[in-house]
Design a protein around this ligand. Structure first.
Ligand code: PBG
Length: 308
């Protein structure tokens, strides 16, 4: 009877698995603050992606970890850069069996760790960054990404990427806009996951955790610029924002259950303080119940197997 009247569905197709691929890695490298998550080699990434697709996940979101970095994040736009190479591998292996997505952001590739390029005062230069994002978007589309995930929170990023894609004939490449991305302490483990070089913070471009109305404004702007789906991030500490987005957005809403949220559950479960599987499913269900159509989660493949 509980099954008959259950209000919220949690299905594998609604889950997106973020994956990390490290240039030059000879074996998968564990990420200590994210037990169970690794920086993949080129080959182990292909295996993990195939396994996730076999488990039924709806999509994959790829992040690259380059060996060398510079001020403008050259590796992001280089067709031989780690992320673009991995996209080509996965598109070749998987074709259209899943939705292949890429993080369209410079922070993994810059030697200062910011999401954009800096001006002479060392402050992120919004408009100069947009030019880099347009080039990065083209490189990723050409490498085979179905959907791009601009996550740098630069004003105008969705419009610039849409125009660049359309101008080069990539009219079918979609945009999952990280529209409402908060300046969150929960990104901590991700910094280890991508060997981030960041010192300081992202407060000049990510949102104040106290602001909810601003999220709706950001979503409205991204939709007007051509976003095919929008995202709220992090998820758990922002479920009210997910709900508000779901009620107003004309396009699908994604929520990213991020690294620090993953680490909290894994840490507590490792101590025996919470039941791991039940906790994970409750977390994911709560994000769906708040109104997210899609959930990005490091548990996507594992949870998909449980849900089958
Ligand atoms: C930026 C980006 C970040 C995450 C996804 N894309 C880091 C940041 O904004 O600091 C975080 C994901 C996570 O914490 O799980 N490229």
């Amino acid at each position: 009877m509980r099954r008959l009247v259950s209000e919220t569905t949690l299905r594998p197709r609604q889950l997106i698995l973020p994956l990390f691929v490290a240039e030059g890695a000879e074996r998968p490298r564990p990420i200590s603050s994210m037990p169970g998550v690794v920086q993949h080699t080129r080959d182990s990434l292909r295996q993990a992606a195939a396994d996730a697709v076999a488990a039924g996940v709806g999509g994959l979101m790829l992040f690259g970890v380059p060996e060398t970095r510079d001020a403008v994040g050259s590796g992001a736009t280089d067709e031989n850069g780690v992320l673009n190479v991995a996209l080509r591998d996965l598109r070749k292996d998987l074709g259209d069996d899943t939705v292949l997505m890429a993080d369209t952001c410079l922070d993994e590739f810059t030697d200062h760790g910011h999401c954009g390029v800096l001006d002479s005062a060392g402050v992120v230069d919004n408009d100069a960054t947009l030019d880099r994002y347009a080039d990065m978007a083209l490189a990723q589309a050409e490498a085979g990404a179905h959907v791009l995930g601009p996550s740098g929170m630069m004003d105008g990023q969705v419009g610039v990427i849409r125009r660049a894609l359309d101008g080069a004939g990539h009219t079918d490449t979609g945009i999952l806009a990280y529209s409402a991305k908060y300046a969150s302490a929960f990104y901590g483990p991700f910094r280890e996951a991508v060997d981030s070089q960041l010192t300081g913070d992202r407060n000049s471009y990510q949102q104040d955790p106290g602001n909810a109305r601003e999220a709706l404004r950001e979503i409205e702007l991204d939709v007007a610029e051509g976003a095919d789906a929008v995202m709220v991030k992090p998820a758990l500490a922002y479920l009210d924002v997910v709900r508000a987005a779901a009620e107003t957005s004309p396009v699908p809403v994604a929520a990213y259950n991020i690294s620090g949220e993953y680490a909290m559950v894994e840490g507590a479960a490792a101590q025996g303080w919470v039941e791991r599987e039940r906790t994970i499913l409750e977390v994911l269900t709560s994000i769906r119940r708040a109104g997210a159509d899609l959930v990005l989660t490091y548990w996507a493949a594992e949870a998909a197997a449980w849900l089958d």
